[in-house]
Unconditional design. Structure first.
Length: 309
């Protein structure tokens, strides 16, 4: 879908000025419905709305509503006012929709744009997920005592899956929705990881018992790839999930585990590592910043979609 050149150029310039680490702003999605608005001075802003539907067996249900309407805004240099009038227009557009309870309105936007944040809050959107990055050298922290870190084996599957489900249930209280079939949705990715000769699945053991695990992957951001819309070009270590047993959180297990993960990613040539965390999670929102991560993109959401103001 074409966006007027002057507006798109201002959009790209805005992203570049907000955060020098952002990749060049992507063009508008080809598929979607257009929403237009104008500021009091008559400056045109626009957005594209895409709808995504997830069935009961779709893995995105672990972090997403079943019925998602995502807005891709183009507000140029209009700041809070431009985002505000565009969200008002989106609210009017939503009047013709009939979303159910398991639905959401979503905007993914650079984390450092304080002017846009003001508009998101005013329209009932909250920060539900953040893509955070870690690059460069970081000071090593002391390892927790009595902790051994190793790669997972096939016979660790049942324990790791049970821990992953437990963490999903916890996150369901503070961020994403609880899914009763979480085990079935989580299992395939863990099985694929364990089928590899050297799985990117690390375990931290204390007293010969699995106490925490980290699941990772390699991601390449290259010109024209979907990853290049979010990350600078390069080879990235992706931290998909980190889990510590309830009752052992805060004891240094996660810190010791991630120290090994970061060193191994760096040794294998990673330009940096990245992950998604929930800003509303009182554990991860503290932990990951202490590990050297900082938000690059934030996903602003409102559940259900009809609650958009």
């Amino acid at each position: 879908m074409e966006i007027e050149k002057t507006l798109f150029d201002a959009h790209r310039a805005r992203f570049a000025s907000i955060d020098g680490f952002l990749p060049e702003a992507a063009p508008a999605p080809v598929v979607g419905e257009r929403v237009d608005a104008a500021t009091a001075a008559g400056v045109q802003v626009t957005g594209v709305v895409q709808r995504q539907l997830h069935g009961p067996d779709d893995v995105p249900l672990l972090w997403s509503a079943a019925d998602v309407r995502q807005l891709f805004p183009f507000i140029g240099d209009t700041g809070t006012e431009g985002m505000d009038v565009l969200l008002r227009a989106w609210r009017t557009w939503m009047d013709a929709e009939s979303p159910g309870e398991d639905s959401s309105c979503v905007v993914n936007w650079p984390s450092r744009d304080a002017e846009a944040i003001r508009a998101f809050l005013d329209h009932g959107l909250v920060p539900m997920s953040a893509l955070a990055v870690r690059t460069g050298r970081h000071r090593d922290t002391p390892d927790a005592e009595g902790v051994a870190v190793r790669r997972a084996r096939r016979d660790d599957f049942d324990t790791v899956l049970a821990m992953a489900v437990s963490t999903h249930d916890y996150i369901g209280q503070v961020a994403t929705r609880h899914r009763p079939n979480a085990a079935e949705l989580l299992a395939p990715a863990l099985e694929r990881a364990l089928d590899k000769d050297l799985p990117l699945l690390w375990l931290a053991e204390r007293d010969a018992r699995i106490a925490a695990f980290a699941h990772g992957a390699w991601i390449t951001s290259s010109p024209g790839s979907a990853e290049a819309e979010l990350l600078p070009h390069g080879r990235w270590g992706y931290v998909n999930n980190v889990v510590t047993r309830p009752g052992l959180r805060g004891s240094g297990l996660g810190r010791t585990l991630m120290s090994v993960v970061h060193k191994e990613f760096a040794a294998d040539g990673a330009d940096g590592t990245y992950l998604y965390y929930n800003p509303t999670n009182p554990l991860s929102s503290v932990f990951w910043h202490r590990q050297g991560y900082r938000p690059l993109w934030t996903s602003w959401e409102v559940h259900p979609a009809s609650a958009l103001r």
